[in-house]
Design a protein around this ligand. Sequence first.
Ligand code: COA
Length: 388
Amino acid sequence: MRDVAVIGVGLTKFGELWDKSFRQLIAEAGSKAILDANIEGKDIDALYVGSMSSGRFVDQEHIGALVAEVSGFSHLHIPATRVEGACASGSLAVREGYLSIASGMNDIVVVGGIEKMNDVGGTAATEILATASDQEWEAFFGATFPAIYAMIATRHMHDYGTTKEQLAQVAVKNHANGALNPYAQYQSPISLESVLKATTVAYPLGLMDCSPVSDGAASIILCAADKAKNYTDKPVKIIGSGQASDTLSLHGRRDICTLDATVYAAKMAYKQANLTPKDISFAEVHDCFTIAEICAIEDLGFVKKGEGGKAIDQKITTLDGSLPVNTSGGLKAKGHPVGATGVAQIIEVTLQLRGEAGKRQIKDPKKGLAHNVGGSGATCVVHILEAM
Ligand code: COA
C-alpha cells in the first residue's frame, strides 16, 4: 500500500446556522480545503462525502454528485460517492478516500462531511438520530441516544464507581477547550456546578452531558504521500487506519461499557502504525455524551477499563495534561453535525500537528489519534496521524 497524506483542510463554523444552506456549507468547507491544498479541479481523482441522513434532515439525497456540482466540478465528471455509517459517516469517507489512494487507484481525493440538523427541530432530530439505533429493540420502545448512553453510564457507575462529577468534568474540560476554538458551537467555559445542576435528559446525563444538535461541514484533501510536497510544505501522514463493527443494539454486546468496535478498530490502526497507546500524544475522541469519552479513553487503551473517571480526576486529558483529549472542544462543545464530525476530527489533529491550533495548540504534538463512533458503538473508525 502507498502512504497517504492530508494536504489541505477546510471547516465551517459549527452551530445553529440558520443563515446558511446545505449547499453553502458544502461549498464553504470544500473551497477552503482546496485553497489550503493549493490544488485545482483537474488535479482531483475522486470525491467521497459522509452524511448520516441528509434525506431526512434537509430532504436531499444523492449528495455525492451534489457536492461535485456545488464545488464547480460537474463538468469534470469526477467519481463522487456518498458514504453512510451514522455518526461515523465522516471518518468512513476519510477511510474510503485513504484506501483509494493507498491502493494506487487515485492520487488526490477530496473528502467531505456534512450535516444540517437544526432545520427539522429538536424532536424530529432526535427521531432521525434514533434511526441509527436498533429499531426493533431500542427506538420502538422510545429509547433515544441520550437514553442509550445513559444506560452505559449507569452500568459504568455501578461496575467501576464512576461518578456524576467525573462525567461533568468531561463537559467542563471540553467547553474550556471549545472556548479557544473559533469554529466551535459553544465558545464559553462552563462550571462543574452548572453541569451538575442542568436539566436531566436521561439519568445520569443532563443537558450539559450531551453533544448538541448542530449544522456544519468539513473537508480535507488527501494525496499520495510521495506527491504531497508538490502542493504543501506541511503534509500530515495517515500512519494507521482501522475500522470495525459490532451489534446495533446495546443488549447484543458482551459488555455494554466496552465498545468492542473501538477496541478492534484501534488495534488495527495501532498495528499498522506499529505503535501502542502509550505512543499517542493527543486524541480527538467521540464524546457524543460525557460517558462516551470515558469509555473511549479506556477502549483506546490509554487507561485500564474502569479507570476513565479517575483519569479525568487526575487531569490527564486536559490541554496541558499528559494526553490532551478533544482539544477542539470535542463533540460536546465544538458541536456534532453528525456526518461532518469524523472529518472535523481529522482537521483538528492536522492543525495540531501543523502547529496551527491557535490558543489551544498543545506542546510538542507527535502522534495524534482520531476516534469516531456510529450509533452506540456499532461502527468505529480510528486514524493515527503524524507530521511528515
Ligand atoms: N450542550 C450545551 N448547551 C445546549 C445543548 C448541549 N448539548 N443543547 C442545547 N443547549 C442550549 C441551547 O443553546 C439553548 O441555549 P439558549 O437558551 O441560551 O439559546 C438551550 O440549551 C436550550 O436548547 P434547546 O435546543 O431547547 O435544547 P433541547 O432540550 O431541545 O435539546 C438535547 C437538548 C440535549 C436534548 C439535544 O441537544 C440533544 O438531543 N443532544 C443529543 C444529540 C445526539 O443524540 N446526537 C447523536 C449522538 S450519538
